[in-house]
Design a protein around this ligand. Sequence first.
Ligand code: SF4
Length: 179
Amino acid sequence: MSKPKVATVWLEACAGCHMSFLDIDERIINLLDLVEITATPITDFKEFPEVTVGVIEGALGNEEEVHLAKEMRKKCKILIAWGDCAVFGGINCMRNFAKVEDVLKEGYINTVSTVNPKGILPGEDIPKLLPHAIPVDYEVKVDVYVPGCPPDADTIYYVFEEILQGRIPKVPVDMMRYD
Ligand code: SF4
């Protein structure tokens, strides 16, 4: 029997949730006996494959990220929002208090480390920022929420174990970490 497939994607995020996934350490070998990991941030799939489980790390902050979240939703049976950025918007939402034009000026012109004497701002070839950074479920239906910044490795493993037992996990309160 073929193994259930898993795909993960890194949207507006720091990759810390994927790092926490790697912190399951040798249990990843057990997991690889049970699932096939397909698209991830370190693979080069041009399109998401059809999978059983899709995992999104990160908030939605630009049009490309909304597109990727919708594609992942279409291609997976169970969609997991992984980490506070995906679940709540996370630290990305700090920019929601400013106008998009001011955010771009701050990032591309005003920061001390930036050298941009002509004040060039991103053009049409860069995905357009949304007015606000938003949680994943503002755009697509999420089946499993795994909060934490990042979620603990044990919590991530627990979520996979539950899904492999045929259950849609609800992360117990004592497994939610915010440190
Ligand atoms: S939830 Fe925390 S660790 Fe995960 S991507 Fe966001 S900032 Fe990084």
